[in-house]
Design a binder for this molecule. Structure first.
Ligand code: PLP
Length: 229
């Protein structure tokens, strides 16, 4: 458990060195892969050592939870960049736009419209990722694979969102590589630059397939309670 700044530093160094090795081993572009430290379920006091160790980019999957812990941390660590990586209900959009810096879970027109409206209202144009239901799993969020390019175009041209990338969570218990390759192909077809893919168990594979952002939780912070995984 990384509960001191030194332990947090060790955990960050270890993940970063694995990221760099993967990047070099596969000769994969880009030069720099962003590490999004997924701090969901962890308390402000668990997170603080990572801030102390210099980590600035964090991911949370619930708006309310993020609202409870981040405003206070942010006052002391103003460089923080917070990514929303979980499903977003339209009634939480106002809070999400006020709190987050990047929205990674745009997956339907209604949400895209409400997001654009709130961003306009608050004068905040947040970079967005479109989440793709890459394994066509009924229980998972995300736009369908074959609707992705059209949806990205609508997000940009109809809703006016700044779509910078695609995000996915591949099915459990299967090799993730083919899903990452599919997301990469979809990104090319939709003309988006960034790929948010890869978690604790598969971020090296994701980097090999061109991830620009990896979302790593348990490998940094330790195990979460099973219900929140
Ligand atoms: C929890 C979560 C992660 C991190 O998962 P780990 O396996 O703990 O690294 C990444 N992405 C999303 C969308 C998540 O909800």
């Amino acid at each position: 458990m990384a509960n001191s700044a030194a332990n947090a530093q060790t955990a960050l160094d270890y993940i970063r060195s694995r990221m760099e090795k993967a990047r070099r081993r596969f000769g994969a572009p880009p030069e720099d892969v962003e590490l999004v430290a997924v701090s969901k379920t962890f308390s402000a006091s668990d997170i603080e050592p990572f801030l102390e160790a210099g980590q600035t980019v964090f991911g949370e999957n619930r708006v309310q939870e993020a609202k409870d812990k981040w405003p206070e941390l942010r006052q002391r660590y103003p460089d923080v960049q917070l990514h929303l990586i979980g499903p977003l209900q339209t009634n939480k959009v106002r809070d999400a736009v006020a709190l987050f810096d990047v929205i990674e879970s745009v997956d339907r027109d209604k949400l895209a419209g409400v997001l654009a409206q709130e961003m306009h209202r608050l004068g905040r144009s947040l970079p967005c990722f479109v989440q793709v239901n890459i394994g066509a799993e009924p229980q998972k969020a995300g736009i369908a694979v074959d609707e992705t390019a059209d949806f990205v175009a609508r997000c940009r041209d109809v809703h006016g969102l700044d779509v910078v990338g695609l995000m996915c969570i591949p099915p459990d218990g299967q090799p993730a590589g083919p899903y990452f390759a599919l997301l990469s192909a979809l990104a090319k077809a939709a003309s988006v630059e960034n790929l948010s893919m890869g978690m604790s168990g598969d971020f090296e594979t994701a980097i090999a397939m061109g991830a620009t952002h990896v979302r790593v939780g348990s490998a940094l912070f330790g195990r979460r309670p099973a219900a929140s995984a």
